[in-house]
Design a protein. Structure first.
Length: 175
């Protein structure tokens, strides 16, 4: 299946809005920014995510205690396929999630990868997720984590933080 360039050009703004919504979600999860996550989901979203199934507020209540115990997290989005159907879109987006966690008193790195199978809905001039199914395709749990005290290649590192302390909140105007 291919999409012609003329059609992509006519759909470009909608496609970009959908990609931006995916990025808002990952930023919201990594920064523990509930409002950013809310901006990616319609309130009545149906999200099926590992052991979780529920709406936007229930997802935040479920995810934040888990993510809040992690030292660092970073989610990356790639391979985004978008099929527009009027006011709806079917979107498959690959993800990688990098997590530094404390388990049994020691630091470990955990990487999860898979796909977000999303149904987007456009209301007015805005695209958000109305249904999400998370499919895990790969993961790896390492028995340890790097010694971050030495810094990156011996250089001091200023790590990112959570909402509102991460530098992006004072340096950038992202809403």
């Amino acid at each position: 299946m291919t999409t012609g360039t003329t059609r992509i050009l006519s759909e470009l703004a909608d496609r970009e809005a959908i990609r931006e919504c995916l990025y808002r979600y990952t930023r919201g999860v990594d920064r523990l920014d509930a409002d950013m996550i809310r901006s990616a989901y319609w309130p009545e979203v149906e999200d099926t995510h590992l052991d979780f199934h529920g709406d936007a507020e229930a997802f935040i209540a479920w995810a934040f205690p888990i993510m809040g115990t992690m030292d660092q997290t970073m989610h990356m989005i790639g391979n985004v396929l978008i099929a527009l159907h009027g006011q709806h879109a079917d979107v498959e987006a690959y993800f990688y999630g990098y997590h530094r966690v404390t388990i049994e008193g020691g630091k470990r790195d955990v990487i999860g990868a898979g796909r977000y199978l999303d149904r987007f809905e456009k209301r007015g001039d805005e695209w958000r997720i109305i249904r999400r199914v998370v499919v895990t395709d790969w993961f790896r749990e390492y028995p340890d984590s790097a010694d971050w005290a030495a810094g990156l290649l011996g250089q001091r590192v200023d790590f990112g933080g959570r909402h509102p302390h991460d530098p992006s909140y004072s340096l950038l105007k992202i809403e």
